[in-house]
Design a protein around this ligand. Structure first.
Ligand code: ADP
Length: 599
């Protein structure tokens, strides 16, 4: 869906813009805060340093005045003989050692040094004239003088503290203490912040940053330059050629880039009294910038993580929703399918029930039909001999009243025949209904056929028919019950004799065949045959075409039931030349089985 994608793209762009804005804001805010903090720290640091500088000078502030009052100093100024000079020198040297001052010396009012703590050194001040130094003139004029300068004799810079020496209210000389400030400077060179002390004219004279030494912050005026040259304040350094440190700005900038450094530095200054000095501090912005950048990056990272997490949660939600939908869809389909299957099962069950009902009604109808036929047959079979017996008994009664004993006896025999006939019918019906299991044995088919032929022999002879049994060369064995199988074969032989009754050349033939698997028995006659339309009916119980009253129509149906017990079956074929051939088929018994049975 394009709208959906566009929505997602827009959200992503908005989220990125938001993250970038947040990172930028963090960067600016932290940078400003960092600057403020750095300025405050620098301010503190500069104040401490300023106090250190002041303290270093302050330590020696009263020393010139103390020297000025010493007897040895006053003596040397009153009468500068070698012994007095030696005493003064020794005194100054001793004080130097005790106080830690750089040098101590005494000048006559004409500016010539008469005694000095370094009198024994090659750079001795003794004999030197320093009347051009402002500290000397100031001390003469106002009683005190102080001045920073590079030593004219030693080349070592120092702070000069001067005090007028008075004798009876008259100035007789000047006592000077030189303080070496380089020790302070040394500690600054290691500091992270650049620290520099400038004089009232803005010339750097103390700094941990060597390239700035004796350079003005801004360009110096001609007047100042000539003043500095006159007082030889910075010795041989030519400040006219020294390049200003901040040449562009009329006043001190807030931030400055120092000597090609990448990051700018914060610039701050504090005053050091009483000479109008300024202590300058430059703190690097690099760590603050790095810190701000780190914070901004962290913010961006956090933003991206949150956005990522949000996206992840959103996708998970969508996925879960999709899964739930899919699950729901699946469940719905399962429910539909189940309902469909239930419907189909219900339909099938109904169809089966209907079919079963139809079959049951068919079976019922068939049963009723069979029952009807059977009842009719039973009624026929039993009522006919009963009616005959009624007649016979009636005539027997007549004959008995006439006293014809022989005739009565004859009639009684007839009546007994009729009773036997009814008994036979009932007996056959009983055997038809019997359902007891039979004991199976291995039966030689040829033998069974021979017994059946033998049983029918009397009838055969009476009828004058020809019954021929063709025995096979190898005996065919089946698993059956000999008596019952004989009964079945006999029934077929009797039926065949019935069928050939009308013929003078009636012939019945019996033989068997077997192929190892199946054994077949054949009973063939040349009788009246069976019309095609009766094919399915002849084996029905009580179906008979025999009008003589001999046939019960139970033979074939009983035979079929018996063969069923042996796993066999029976059918027949009509012959073109007249008559038919009945065939019985039974499973053959293997040799192993035969041996077992024999044992
Ligand atoms: P029954 O012999 O008592 O009639 P069966 O069940 O043995 O009863 O035979 C039924 C009918 O089948 C016979 O009535 C007859 O019509 C017919 N039938 C059986 N065997 C033969 C045969 N070999 N030739 C002609 N008809 C036969």
């Amino acid at each position: 869906m394009p709208g959906f994608r566009f929505g997602r793209g827009l959200v992503a762009i908005l989220a990125l813009a938001l993250i970038a804005a947040a990172a930028l804001a963090v960067w600016f805010v932290s940078l400003e805060a960092g600057k403020r903090r750095a300025l405050a720290a620098l301010d503190d640091e500069l104040h401490v340093l300023a106090r250190t500088v002041e303290g270093e000078i302050e330590r020696f502030r009263y020393l010139p005045a103390v020297i000025a009052r010493d007897r040895r100093i006053l003596e040397v100024l009153a009468s500068p003989d070698p012994r007095a000079i030696a005493r003064a020198n020794a005194y100054l040297e001793a004080v130097r050692t005790d106080s830690g001052a750089d040098e101590l010396y005494v000048m006559k009012p004409d500016g010539v040094t008469i005694a000095a703590s370094n009198h024994a050194e090659p750079t001795s001040f003794v004999g030197e004239n320093y009347q051009y130094r402002p500290y000397f003139t100031d001390a003469l004029a106002r009683g005190e003088g102080r001045y920073y300068a590079v030593g004219a004799t030693t080349g070592i810079p120092g702070y000069f503290l001067a005090s007028a020496i008075r004798e009876n209210g008259r100035v007789v000389g000047v006592a000077i203490v030189k303080v070496d400030m380089r020790k302070i400077e040394e500690t600054w060179s290691d500091a992270r912040a650049i620290v520099a002390v400038t004089d009232a004219d803005g010339v750097v004279f103390l700094t941990g940053h060597a390239p700035w030494k004796y350079r003005p912050l801004q360009a110096l005026s001609e007047e100042v330059l000539s003043d500095l040259a006159r007082t030889r304040k910075y010795g041989n350094v030519d400040l006219a050629v020294a390049s200003p440190i901040f040449p562009d700005a009329g006043r001190l900038p807030e931030t400055a880039r120092v000597d090609g450094e990448d990051a700018r530095r914060l610039v701050l200054q504090v005053g050091i009294e009483p000479d109008g000095w300024r202590l300058l501090g430059l703190a690097s912005l690099a760590p603050i910038r790095a810190n701000s950048l780190l914070l901004a990056l962290l913010t961006a990272l956090a933003g991206l993580l949150i956005a990522g997490a949000g996206l992840y949660m959103r996708q998970r939600r969508q996925l879960t929703r999709a899964r739930l939908n899919a699950h729901g869809e699946l469940e719905r389909r399962v429910v539909e399918r189940t309902a469909e299957l239930n419907r189909q099962v219900e339909d099938r069950r109904r169809a089966e029930a209907e079919l079963r009902q139809a079959q049951e009604s068919l079976i019922q109808a068939a049963k009723l039909a069979a029952l009807g036929r059977m009842s009719a047959a039973i009624v026929h079979e039993v009522s006919q001999p009963l009616a005959a017996m009624e007649n016979t008994l009636a005539s027997t009664g007549l004959l008995a009243s006439r006293g014809d004993a022989a005739a009565v006896a004859d009639k009684v025999r007839s009546a007994r025949d009729l009773v036997r006939r009814i008994q036979r019918t009932v007996k056959l019906l009983k055997s038809f209904a019997r359902n007891e299991p039979v004991r199976l044995e291995v039966v030689d088919v040829d033998k069974a056929m021979a017994v059946a032929v033998e049983l029918a022999a009397a009838r055969t002879t009476e009828q004058g028919a020809a019954v021929r049994l063709r025995t096979s060369s190898s005996p065919a064995m089946v698993l059956a019950n000999a008596t019952r199988l004989e009964q079945v074969i006999l029934n077929l032989v009797v039926n065949a004799l019935d069928a050939v009754q009308q013929r003078t050349d009636g012939a019945v033939e019996l033989w068997s065949e077997h192929d190892g698997e199946r054994v077949r028995l054949f009973v063939r006659d040349n009788g009246i045959g069976i019309p095609e339309h009766l094919r399915d009916r002849i084996a029905e119980p009580f179906f008979t075409t025999k009008l003589t009253g001999e046939g019960l129509g139970l033979g074939l149906s009983i035979s079929r039931a018996i063969l069923g017990e042996f796993g066999g079956e029976m059918d027949f074929e009509t012959r073109a030349e007249g008559g038919c051939t009945f065939r019985i088929e039974l499973p053959a018994v293997g040799e192993n089985r035969q041996r077992e049975a024999a044992e």
